[in-house]
Design a protein around this ligand. Structure first.
Ligand code: ADP
Length: 191
């Protein structure tokens, strides 16, 4: 199994690069943001709860997200591996993911950390907001999301760096250029 965490601030290109990873390595994509948005669309109880956090740019509580993920991982018995996109977002989620994978005697093999300066992130997210219809792609919420990223999510870089599986990827340039860096890092692991 090959388990990849794609890591980075909002707007760093996690979703875009995940699509290319799926195409090349045939892994199962798990985007907690997409999953939560489909719950919102379905107007489920979970969706209503998630929306009350997401529309403000706050994180959905760890337990809610971890339970949702655990259900998916446990269902996938013939998977070649996962791309975790937008998860983990806190140290507690990182620990929960390690514990979850350990049950199947697998682990996170590589954490691809996309590095993009704040000004570019804000520009990208505002631009996405013009077409995405996402309630969190507006200036006020974007600034909150970046703050939440630095306070709660960025500490995971240290967590994974200590485990020895963090790879920094330059997140600026063309989509294909960025993916070349990603594929080099992943191929080094599987070969
Ligand atoms: P982005 O990375 O561009 O912010 P996402 O779709 O990954 O987009 O996340 C959107 C929102 O969904 C987050 O701001 C947060 O409210 C919620 N969310 C997604 N993943 C998680 C997670 N792992 N833990 C808590 N909240 C999450």
């Amino acid at each position: 199994m090959l388990n990849i965490v794609i890591f980075g601030a909002p707007g760093s290109g996690k979703g875009t690069q995940s699509e290319k990873l799926i195409e090349r390595y045939g892994l199962q994509h798990i985007s907690t943001g997409d999953l939560l948005r489909s719950e919102i669309k379905a107007n489920s109880e979970l969706g209503q709860l998630a929306d009350s956090y997401m529309s403000k740019g706050q994180l959905v509580p760890d337990k809610v997200v971890v339970d949702m993920l655990e259900a998916l991982v446990s269902k996938c018995n013939k998977c070649k591996g996962f791309i975790f996109d937008g998860f983990p977002r806190t140290i507690a989620q990182g620990e929960a993911l390690d514990a979850m994978l350990k049950k199947y005697t697998v682990k996170v093999d590589v954490v691809l950390s996309l590095k993009v300066p704040d000004e570019e992130l804000i520009t990208r997210l505002l631009k996405r907001g013009e077409v995405s219809g996402r309630s969190d792609d507006n200036r006020e919420t974007i600034v909150n999301r970046l703050q939440v990223y630095y306070d709660q999510t960025a500490p995971l870089k240290d967590y994974y760096s200590k485990q020895g599986n963090l790879v920094e990827i330059p997140g600026q340039g063309s989509i294909d250029e960025i993916f070349t860096h990603i594929a080099t890092a992943v191929d080094r692991i599987i070969n």
